[in-house]
Ligand binder design. Structure first.
Ligand code: FES
Ligand SMILES: [Fe+2]
Length: 314
């Protein structure tokens, strides 16, 4: 289950998109259904009824806030427990044996998060900048035709900026760095579940900080007109060929919402290039590597040791 991203917490959609109607979504090769119960709590189930395998997402949320299957109307609560089987005498049933598969689900930073594993989920370990209320974030998401590892790597890669973004935010700094004959420098701090990278060019005023957090989050940290900005980039695998690129930008000032398009517009510049790369990132001895690939090679090493080497087959 979830071979592309097993045993991790990951966001899947903005909570604002999960209202009363069930929402079908695919995450890491698994079809899921998200729904909200009467208390406003979100549940995530595998999108497969335990009775005859119909898609639960075709059903509806019943009067008591359970998800009712479209085929024979069995109902399930947000943990997957079966609560009703129409036309059968309850005395003849063992409801505890009729459960759908539920996944641990949380709402954090205006996003629905799931744990892609069975059994008890550990507490999610997230940066402080994701611990604000829902209103504190501007959220954008779109689907890229790329493997999720290529998308994470792109977000960690400093020296693509003058080339991919030469017609937007990368133009000026790229021109200065090329004219000055600059070399890129990296100060890298590895932590248990994250890596901090300070990037700059050695002989001009430049630089910004990024953090990669296992497994699929990159936080970009910089100042914009004197305000600190935190851009959270998530690469959420849909399947081997598609990734949901989700951006959650912390609004440090209520007036900042109007500036968000400035951060979203250049995404298409990355997307065109990343969609031209085929398949997952190779191991660290694959493709050609140079010193400016130091940060992304840390991610490649982790990915192949932690995920790629353990999967049965994808
Ligand atoms: S298939 Fe879902 S109730 Fe029968
Ligand atoms: Fe980029």
């Amino acid at each position: 289950m979830f071979d592309l991203l097993p045993e991790f917490w990951t966001p899947v959609l903005p909570v604002a998109e999960v209202e009363n109607a069930p929402v079908a979504i695919e995450v890491a090769g698994e079809r899921l259904v998200l729904f909200q119960n009467l208390k406003g709590e979100i549940g995530t189930l595998l999108d497969r009824c335990p009775h005859r395998s119909a898609a639960l997402s075709l059903g509806r949320v019943s009067e008591n806030g359970c998800l009712a299957c479209p085929y024979h109307g069995w109902e399930f609560d947000r943990d997957g427990a079966c609560t009703r089987v129409p036309f059968n005498n309850p005395a003849d049933l063992k409801l505890s044996q009729l459960s759908a598969v539920g996944l641990p689900t949380r709402v954090i930073a205006g996003l629905v998060w799931i744990f892609t594993g069975k059994g008890n989920a550990p507490e999610p370990q997230l940066p402080d900048s994701l611990m604000k209320s829902q209103e504190s974030y501007f959220i954008h998401h779109e689907i890229w035709n790329a493997h999720w590892t290529r998308v994470v790597e792109n977000a960690m890669d400093y020296v693509h900026v003058p080339f991919v973004h030469r017609n937007s935010f990368g133009g000026e700094i790229g021109k200065s760095a090329i004219e000055a004959g600059s070399f890129a420098e990296f100060q890298i701090t590895q932590r248990e579940q994250s890596v901090e990278v300070f990037n700059n060019f050695h002989n001009i005023e430049s630089g910004f900080l990024l953090e990669w957090h296992q497994p699929n989050l990159v936080v970009l940290k910089f100042d914009e007109i004197g305000m600190p900005v935190r851009v959270h980039l998530f690469a959420i695998p849909i399947d081997r060929h598609q990734t949901r690129y989700l951006n959650a930008i912390e609004l440090l000032n209520p007036h900042a919402a109007g500036m968000m398009n400035e951060f979203i517009a250049p995404i298409v510049e990355d997307r065109v290039v990343i969609e031209s790369q085929k398949g997952e990132i190779p191991p660290t001895n694959g493709e050609c590597n140079v010193p400016t690939d130091r940060a992304t090679l840390i991610f490649r090493c982790w990915y192949h040791q932690t995920i790629a080497s353990k999967r049965v087959s994808i």
